[in-house]
Design a binder for this molecule. Structure first.
Ligand code: ADP
Length: 513
C-alpha cells in the first residue's frame, strides 16, 4: 500500500475504486477506465436495450426497463397498451435510482401513476423495471446470486467466471407483491446490507445455512430435487458473455481515450460482481453488474450492546479468497517467464512422491520450483474465447464502436465532432442524391442535441457512442428497408468496413507510388 503516493512502477496495480492514475505507463491495473460509468443502472439499461432491439430473444434475460425521467411518457403508454391487450396482466415495477447501490432508494409500484414515482423522478434519474414476481424460493425465501467474473482483457476479449458464488437471502418469507406488502424490503430485496438489519438475519457458520450461502450449496439442493443444474450453468455463462458483449463497445471508447493506441500505457483487468435472480423455472435474470464488488471476508458482530467486532465469515472466505488468488495467478507477469524457463511438463518428482503425495519436503520442493503446483486448481473458468463461436454474431455494436473510434480524430476524446461524422459518411460513401450532406448535418445535430439534453456527460461536446449507434441504425434502416434490424445493421457495417478498406488500400498504393 502506498498511502502517500507511489514512486516506483509496479507489475500489478490494485486500485480501490477506479482506473484513474495519470502516471501508469506499464504493468496491469485491476480496473478498466470507464467501467463504473458503463455499469451504472441507466447506462447498463441503455446498452441492454440496444442489444434487445437487435437480438430480442437472445437478450430476454434482462427485465424490460425504462429510463426516467425522459421515458416516463413511453413507460405510461407502453404499460397502458400492454394492459389493454391483456387485461389479466397485473404487473409490479421496481424503481431504482441511478448510481444507487445496496438497495438505496429502491421501491416497488403497481402502476405508473403511483404518486411516489411522479413525485421523485424529477429530482433523481432512475430506472424503472418490470419486477420479477415469481422468483425461485429456497426455504420459502427469495434470494439472489452474486457471481464473480474476471474481465481479463478487452481486446482480445477474455472472460473468466468463478465456479462458485454467493447466495444472499431475504429474511421474511416471500409473497407475490400486493399493495399491502410492496414496502416490505426484507421480503422483496435480497441486499445483504438491508437484511442484516432484520432480526431474522442469520450469520452463516457453514456454507449451506443462514442468510448468505455458497451458490454451490444451492445447486446441490436443486440437483437433489432433480433440477437440470448443467443447463442452469450454461444459461448463466451465456448471460454473462452476452452482458459483457453489450458493455464492450462503451468500454472500448473509454479505453482508447485513457490509453490511446500507440502510446505507452498499462493493460487492464477487472473483477466484476454479477447479481442474478433465478426465476421459478430456473431462468437466470440479470439484475445488475457491480464494478467494485465487496471483497470483505469478515462481518461485524455486536458482542454486547454497542460493542462490535469483526469476525471471519466462512462463506465469504470460501468464495472470495479463491477469486482473488486465481485472478492474481491469471495476470501474474512472472508466469510467462516461468513458462519459458520451465518445460510444460510437471517437475519430475522422486518416486516416493507418487506414493506419498502429501510428503511435505517433496511438496515444498515442487512448489519452490513451480509455485503454482502448490495451489488448488483454478476456480476461475475461461468462457471466452472458449465459447466465442456461439456468440460472435452478437458483436455488431462492437464493430459500430470500432468505426466510431476510427473517426474520433483527436486522441483522448470520447465524442465525435460534426467534421468526424461528415468524414465517416464521406469515406463510407453513404451520402447520395436522396441523402445529401445537408441531411447528414441535420441527422448529426438532431441526434446529438437529444443525447446531450439527457444530461449524461457535459464535459465534452459532440456525439457520444450511443448517439452514433442510433444514427448508424437510422442509416441502416434507410438503406436496407425490408430486412430485420440486425441484418440491416450487419449489412451496413460490412459495407462501411469494405469501403474503408478500399480507401486504405488506395492510400497505401499512393504512398508506395
Ligand atoms: P442495488 O444496486 O441498489 O443493490 P439492485 O438492482 O441490485 O440494486 O436491486 C436491489 C435488489 O432488488 C436486488 O438484489 C433484488 O433482490 C431486487 N430486484 C432488483 N431488480 C429486480 C427485479 N427486476 N425483479 C425482482 N427483484 C429485483
Amino acid at each position: 500500500q502506498f498511502p502517500l503516493g507511489r514512486r516506483l512502477p509496479c507489475d500489478i496495480y490494485w486500485h480501490g475504486v477506479s482506473f484513474h492514475d495519470n502516471n501508469i505507463f506499464s504493468g496491469q491495473v485491476n480496473k478498466f477506465p470507464g467501467m463504473m460509468e458503463t455499469v451504472r443502472k441507466i447506462t447498463l439499461s441503455r446498452a441492454m436495450r440496444t442489444m434487445q432491439d437487435l437480438f430480442p430473444l437472445e437478450y430476454n434475460f434482462y427485465p424490460r426497463s425504462w429510463i426516467l425521467p425522459e421515458e416516463l411518457p413511453l413507460f405510461v403508454a407502453e404499460v397502458r397498451m400492454m394492459k389493454d391487450r391483456n387485461p389479466s396482466w397485473k404487473p409490479t415495477f421496481i424503481v431504482k435510482p441511478d448510481g444507487g447501490c445496496q438497495g438505496d432508494g429502491i421501491y416497488l409500484i403497481k402502476d405508473p401513476s403511483d404518486i411516489r414515482l411522479t413525485g421523485s423522478i424529477q429530482s433523481r434519474p432512475a430506472v424503472v423495471q418490470e419486477y420479477i414476481c415469481k422468483p425461485l424460493l429456497v426455504d420459502k425465501l427469495k434470494f439472489d446470486i452474486r457471481l464473480y467474473v474476471l474481465l481479463k482483457s478487452l481486446e482480445p476479449l477474455e472472460i473468466y467466471i468463478a465456479k462458485d458464488g454467493l447466495s444472499r437471502f431475504c429474511t421474511e418469507p416471500y409473497q407475490e407483491p400486493t399493495l399491502k406488502n410492496l414496502h416490505q424490503v426484507f421480503m422483496h430485496l435480497t441486499n445483504y446490507s438491508l437484511n442484516i438489519h432484520s432480526g431474522n438475519f442469520i450469520h452463516s457458520d457453514s456454507v449451506n445455512t443462514g442468510s448468505k450461502r455458497t451458490f454451490s450449496s444451492i445447486l446441490c439442493r436443486l440437483s437433489s430435487r432433480g433440477a437440470d443444474v448443467k443447463k442452469l450453468w450454461s444459461d448463466i455463462i451465456s448471460l454473462v458473455i452476452k452482458t459483457i458483449i453489450a458493455l464492450t463497445p462503451e468500454l472500448k471508447v473509454y479505453y482508447q481515450s485513457d490509453i490511446p493506441a500507440g502510446k505507452p500505457g498499462p493493460t487492464c483487468f477487472q473483477i466484476l460482481g454479477f447479481d442474478i435472480l433465478l426465476m421459478k423455472n430456473l431462468k437466470p435474470i440479470l439484475l445488475e453488474v457491480n464494478a467494485n464488488p465487496s471483497m470483505r471476508i469478515e462481518h461485524e458482530q455486536e458482542l454486547s450492546p454497542g460493542v462490535f467486532e469483526n469476525v471471519p465469515s466462512p462463506v465469504d472466505e470460501e468464495v472470495k479468497v479463491a477469486v482473488i488468488r486465481d485472478t492474481l495467478r491469471l495476470v501474474d507477469p512472472q508466469k510467462k517467464k516461468r513458462k519459458d524457463t520451465h518445460p510444460a511438463v510437471p517437475p519430475k518428482l522422486p518416486p516416493c512422491a507418487l506414493l506419498c503425495c502429501r510428503c511435505p519436503s517433496v511438496e515444498q520442493e515442487a512448489s519452490e520450483e513451480l509455485p503454482e503446483a502448490a495451489l488448488p486448481s483454478l476456480c476461475l473458468k475461461q468462457v471466452f474465447p472458449k465459447y466465442a463461436k456461439h456468440f460472435s454474431y452478437l458483436r455488431l455494436v462492437d464493430r459500430v464502436a470500432a468505426l466510431f473510434i476510427r473517426f474520433l480524430g483527436v486522441k483522448g476524446t470520447t465524442k465525435l465532432g460534426p467534421t468526424g461524422f461528415r468524414t465517416f459518411i464521406r469515406n463510407c460513401k453513404l451520402s447520395n442524391s436522396n441523402f445529401s450532406m445537408a441531411a447528414v448535418d441535420i441527422l448529426y445535430i438532431d441526434i446529438t442535441r437529444r443525447w446531450n439534453s439527457m444530461g449524461i456527460d457535459h464535459k465534452e461536446s459532440g456525439m457520444c457512442l450511443q448517439a452514433f449507434v442510433e444514427a448508424f441504425f437510422c442509416l441502416a434502416q434507410r438503406k436496407y428497408k425490408s430486412l430485420p434490424l440486425h441484418e440491416q445493421v450487419a449489412s451496413l457495417i460490412e459495407l462501411c468496413e469494405c469501403r474503408l478498406a478500399a480507401v486504405r488500400g488506395k492510400r497505401l498504393l499512393w504512398g508506395c507510388g
